[in-house]
Design a binder for this molecule. Sequence first.
Ligand code: URA
Length: 237
Amino acid sequence: MDLERILFTQGFGSRRQCRALVADGRVSIAGLPCTNAATDIASDALPSFEFQVDGTEWRYREKAYLALNKPPGYECSREPQHHLSVFHLIPPQLTERGVQCVGRLDQDTTGLLLLSDDGAFVHAFTSPKRKVPKVYLATTRHPLDDAQLSALRNGVFLHGESQPVAAVSAEQRDERQLELSVLEGKYHQVKRMVAAAGNRVENLHRERIGGLALSDELAEGQWRWLDDADLAMLRQG
Ligand code: URA
């Protein structure tokens, strides 16, 4: 694949813009400026191909998979209505190449959010058929009690749903701290379930999706690439 096409696939703009980026000497390979946009990179070298644009290091990725530690006050939308967008927290090249949120978190919910431009992956992880446990830590307005925990485990009726929705697990961590694992990704699901059980969510944080937990190393507002090992963890229940 030639350098112009590589830059294009990685979100550096139109073919013309990518050509200009190279011609202007802003792209380097192994630290040396490369001004020939037709420079060919063999397909077997592509998965580990590294390049620099304006001094920033990039690696070619056929598909982009990211984890973001979402702060409060950000909407999972490209065109946010009332708040900033999570897309302001990732490099514009990733938005340009079509990265989208894998499911949504409410603007006031914090924690693990996945983003990808792999349509099949996004579809698989947001499909109601794909039962991936998502673990949330909810701070409740009122102290939790056994009746509420049982209701969450046994299933609660949510407005507009014909079947009760049950948590995979509901454990009390503190007087007003609830760890809840749910399989579905229904609109405001955790807040609605906790309300249906007779309490109210004041703060909500997603800690884990499948076997992939948010690590302490990823500060709020930061993102990182997911590698094959991370993707395998995601698929573990
Ligand atoms: N459930 C909610 O109520 N809100 C979220 O952001 C995620 C799950």
